[in-house]
Ligand binder design. Structure first.
Ligand SMILES: [Zn+2]
Length: 430
């Protein structure tokens, strides 16, 4: 089984989140069954009547046990694409890069996981191995949430193959979204004094939030000032896995996501220095107001997302945002309502977890954190020690020229195969 060929084949399935992924799911089921996996499909019909499928392949332990062991996982869906862009369903290989929609996010990782598993076909495993491929990650991790809610998977540890340039990630920022509604009083714009402009009040609120952001950003994890970057782990992995990656540019460069390249090379396993930006961030992503240029607007609605490193209380940040908005508009004569519209689970796997230590040793990088959310949090919420590590760069995910470096596909196969050996093949993964 060839990882490049399989990546090309998987990219050929149109699994944009609006489409059914059943065809790709069926292909993965066939592949896994050919390797001796027992397979299961979780089918869901989405709100638009489209069939979406999670697939699970299970290779039980030699004694028939199905609990524990290792999960390798990826999502099958992709973001949309235009036919005239470089990354489409017809992959193109140029200068060591495979361009195509989903090459790095994340069909390359899925292909690498299947190829790695194929190396163990027919061999007795001490612990179970599962391949878990999901739908609709790009529109809210819906597949992984369905798996979680149905409790269809269990394991000791999991690897989610999102593009990290093959460096390990063990935590996300916590991610909440608030919707703020400011209510004033409409009137004819010929005499604005008769109304109360919700937009004018919102402008004050937004200016106050802009002043708040650096204050929140200065507060690092658990309320401490943030240190500098962490360092590479003295590697004892195979050649190619233990060298720190270049600090900028370069194919597969995991820009802005991991700790790296400090002097000394010692590992502070409790350091939370892997986030960039390191503190809490705010974004006002949508704003809607007004019905006509000659009406004083009585309503302005905007959404704020905030993201903070694990260890802080999101409720406290929400309260600061609410207090900031209310104080800014209090003399405007408007009403304010703040609703919470999304609160994603936190994700943090202990730095001492065997899967984290293994990945640090195998890759030569300290496990860091990312500011975006992945399905790792759903696995972690089931008590599964989870790391994120996969080929390609998150900077190339969702881009018109999305690509995965071909050499990283091969290295991903080696890395996942080593993980299978350690956590499924051997009787004692310690
Ligand atoms: Zn992804």
């Amino acid at each position: 089984m060839n990882v490049l060929e399989l990546t090309r084949e998987l990219v050929g399935f149109n699994t944009v989140s609006t489409e059914s992924n059943a065809e790709m799911a069926g292909r993965l089921v066939c592949l896994m069954e050919s390797l001796g996996f027992a397979t299961g499909i979780q089918s869901v019909t989405d709100a638009l009547g489209v069939v979406k499928q999670n697939v699970i392949g299970l290779c039980a332990a030699h004694d028939g046990r199905t609990d524990g062991g290792l999960i390798l996982s990826g999502h099958m869906d992709t973001v949309p694409f235009r036919p005239d862009q470089k990354a489409t369903l017809s992959p193109v290989e140029e200068h060591g890069r495979l361009f195509g929609r989903g090459t790095c996010d994340m069909k390359g990782a899925i292909a690498a996981q299947v190829v790695a598993a194929s190396r163990f076909a027919g061999r007795p495993l001490a612990r179970p191995l599962r391949l878990v491929f999901t739908f609709d990650e790009e529109v809210g991790c819906l597949g992984a949430k369905a798996l979680r809610d149905a409790r269809l998977v269990n394991a000791d540890c999991a690897i989610v193959g999102e593009p990290t340039g093959l460096t390990p990630i063990r935590m996300h920022k916590v991610y909440w979204v608030l919707r703020v509604t400011i209510v004033g009083r409409a009137c004819h714009s010929s005499d604005p004094r008769r109304g109360v402009s919700a937009v004018k009040a919102a402008v004050r609120a937004l200016a106050a939030l802009e002043r708040l952001e650096p204050e929140l950003g200065r507060t690092g994890p658990r309320g401490t000032a943030r240190g500098g970057p962490g360092g590479p782990v003295p590697g004892n992995g195979p050649p190619g896995f233990n060298a720190p990656r270049p600090s900028s540019g370069g194919a597969g460069e995991p820009a802005g996501i991991v700790s790296r390249a400090a002097s000394g090379g010692c590992v502070d396993r409790d350091a939370r220095s892997g986030f960039d930006p390191d503190g809490t961030t705010l974004n006002v992503g949508t704003l809607k107001a007004g019905v006509a240029h000659n009406v004083v607007p009585d309503r302005c609605v905007f959404t704020i997302d905030f993201r903070h490193p694990p260890g802080q209380a999101p409720v406290a940040i929400r309260e600061r945002i609410e207090a900031t908005v209310c104080a800014a508009v209090q003399e405007s004569g408007v009403g304010v309502e703040v609703e919470q519209v999304l609160s994603e689970l936190p994700f943090e796997t202990a730095a001492t977890a065997p899967i984290v230590r293994f990945m640090e040793e195998a890759t030569g990088f300290t496990a860091g954190g990312v500011s975006y959310s992945t399905e790792a949090k759903e696995f972690a919420s089931l008590g599964i020690a989870t790391v994120i590590v996969g080929p390609g760069s998150i900077e190339k995910a969702h881009q018109e020229d999305e690509y995965v470096p071909v050499d990283e596909l091969g290295r991903a196969v080696e890395l996942y195969a080593r993980a299978i050996e350690r956590f499924s093949l051997l009787a004692d993964p310690e």
